[in-house]
Design a protein around this ligand. Sequence first.
Ligand SMILES: CC(C)(COP(=O)(O)OP(=O)(O)OC[C@H]1O[C@@H](n2cnc3c(N)ncnc32)[C@H](O)[C@@H]1OP(=O)(O)O)[C@@H](O)C(=O)NCCC(=O)NCCS
Length: 181
Amino acid sequence: MLRGRTIGLRARHEEDIPVLRTELYDDVVNAVRAEGGPWRPLTPGTKDPRLVVDDTAQGWVQFSVVELEGGTLIGTATLWDIDTHHRSAHIGLGLLPSARGKGYGTDVVATLCHYGFVVRSLRRLQVETLSDNTAMLRSAERNGFVREGVLRSSAWVLGEFLDEVVLGLLVEEWKAEPESR
Ligand SMILES: CC(C)(COP(=O)(O)OP(=O)(O)OC[C@H]1O[C@@H](n2cnc3c(N)ncnc32)[C@H](O)[C@@H]1OP(=O)(O)O)[C@@H](O)C(=O)NCCC(=O)NCCS
């Protein structure tokens, strides 16, 4: 398990799946805003790759996010589109509603940076998020990500086109927290 200050990133467990399905993917507004695609229901027992991890997939790594103290499941985190030639990848995360706004998101981004830069020797990490997603923008910026551009009207979200913001962080700009993970 990777350890942040307050959260851990561990493998997906079977018992995580119904919780993530119900609390994240069955929430239409959350799913549409966080995933940038059309919502459709996930059948119980589905093998959808957002829930059921394929350990052999080389291009992305999925984690379940837990509280370090007690080990309670609080969300999901992903390093995706890993490109070992350009040494870049994207990060994504989603916390259960009860876990939001407590500083966990910032810590998850920090821990994903450690995984990307230190464990995977990547050089560039990228985040895309809706321009009104203040919590995601701040979680990234707190870790040193800088806004690199706005994709105007790039996302169809429940009846309207919204802007997306692209943020990037290079390894030489990244300041890891002093404590080891
Ligand atoms: C986006 C998300 C991961 C952020 O994690 P979080 O734990 O809620 O964020 P934090 O508590 O670490 O807060 C980070 C910053 O955002 C601010 N913030 C948190 N929730 C906020 C809200 N609802 N509105 C405005 N600002 C907010 C915090 O004050 C903090 O700001 P600061 O760094 O200036 O002090 C989480 O809210 C979430 O899972 N949301 C739903 C899914 C989603 O949007 N995923 C991202 C898709 S790209």
